[in-house]
Design a protein around this ligand. Structure first.
Ligand code: NAI
Length: 255
C-alpha cells in the first residue's frame, strides 16, 4: 500500500464530508467514520475512489468504539497516517439552563472523542512503526466567548488545550497534533442554530443565517470546502514543521 490513509470522524455530512472528499482528491485513502452509517456510505459513494474508501460506524464518545473503528480501518486499509477528530455537537444553551445531562453528553462527544481518537491513533501509528498527524476540530468559539455558547465554547477551548498538550507529549513519537477553528460554516449544524435564532425572532431561516454574516470581515459565510482546504494543508507534508497550533479559518472573525 503506497497511499496514505486518513480516518475522519463526523464525515456523513457537513465539514467532515467535505474533508473526506478533499483528502480523497489529495490522494488519501479515507475511512469515513460516523454513527450515521447510511450517511457515511453516501459520502463513500460520492467519493467513488475505485472502491478504496470505506464507511465505518462509530459513536466517537465511546472509547471502546473508537479503538475498534480505528482497528477495523487498519485491518481493511492496511495503515493509518492521519486522524481527524471532526465530529461534534453544537448546542446553543443559555448558561443558566445547562443541565448535568447536557453537560455530560456534550463533553463526552466533543471532548471525550478527542482523547479516545488520540489514544486509538497513537496505538495504530506505533503498531505500524511510524509517526502520524492528528488534527482536531476546535472553533472560533474556542478562541473567544459567544452568546449562549458556554457549553459548546468550553469544549472547543478544551480541544485547543488538549491539542497543545498532546503536541508536546507525542513529538517524541514523530506525531504532530494541530487544530482547525472554523467560523460560521453552512452545514446542517449551523442551519439548525440559525433556524432556532430565526424562530426566536419570528423570522425565516435566511434571516437567521444573515445575522451571522454580519460579524465576518470577508462578508460571507464559510462553505465546508473552505475548511476542508485548511485541513488539507494540516494533513499534507507542507505542515510537517508545525505542531500544537490552532488555525483560524473564519473569514476574519477573530483577530
Ligand atoms: P454537523 O452537525 O453538520 O455534522 C456532524 C457530524 O458528526 C454528523 O454527520 C453526525 O452524525 C456526526 N456525529 C455527531 N455525534 C457523533 C457521535 N457521537 N459519533 C459519531 N458521529 C457523530 O456538524 P459540522 O457543522 O459539519 O461540524 C463539524 C465540526 O466542526 C464540529 O466539531 C463542530 O463543532 C465544528 N465547527 C463547526 C462550525 C460550523 O459553523 N458549522 C463552526 C466551528 C466549528
Amino acid at each position: 500500500m503506497t497511499e496514505k490513509v486518513a480516518f475522519i470522524t463526523g464525515a456523513a455530512q457537513g465539514i467532515g464530508k467535505a474533508i473526506a472528499k478533499r483528502l480523497s482528491a489529495d490522494g488519501f485513502v479515507v475511512a469515513v467514520a460516523d454513527f450515521n452509517l447510511e450517511g457515511a456510505e453516501q459520502t463513500v459513494q460520492e467519493i467513488n475512489q475505485k472502491g478504496q474508501a470505506i464507511a465505518v460506524k462509530v459513536d466517537v464518545s465511546k472509547r471502546e468504539q473508537m479503538m475498534a473503528a480505528v482497528e477495523e480501518t487498519l485491518q481493511k486499509l492496511g495503515d493509518l497516517n492521519v486522524l481527524i477528530n471532526n465530529a461534534g455537537l453544537g448546542p446553543t444553551t443559555p448558561i443558566e439552563t445547562i443541565t448535568p445531562e447536557q453537560f455530560e453528553h456534550v463533553y463526552a462527544v466533543n471532548v471525550g472523542s478527542v482523547y479516545w481518537g488520540i489514544q486509538a491513533a497513537v496505538k495504530a501509528f506505533k503498531a505500524q512503526g511510524h509517526g502520524g498527524k492528528i488534527i482536531n476540530a476546535s472553533s472560533q468559539a474556542g478562541q473567544v466567548g459567544n452568546p449562549n455558547l458556554a457549553l459548546y465554547s468550553g469544549t472547543k477551548f478544551a480541544i485547543r488545550g488538549i491539542t497543545q498538550t498532546a503536541a508536546r507529549d507525542l513529538a517524541k513519537d514523530n506525531i504532530t497534533v494541530n487544530a482547525y477553528c472554523p467560523g460560521i460554516v453552512k452545514t446542517p449544524m449551523m442551519m439548525d442554530i440559525a433556524h432556532q435564532v430565526a424562530q426566536e425572532n419570528g423570522k425565516d431561516d435566511a434571516w437567521g443565517m444573515a445575522q451571522y454574516a454580519k460579524d465576518i470581515t470577508l462578508g460571507r459565510l464559510s462553505e465546508p470546502e473552505d475548511v476542508a482546504a485548511c485541513v488539507s494543508y494540516l494533513a499534507g507534508p507542507d505542515s510537517d514543521y508545525m505542531t500544537g497550533q490552532a488555525l483560524l479559518i473564519d473569514g476574519g472573525m477573530v483577530f
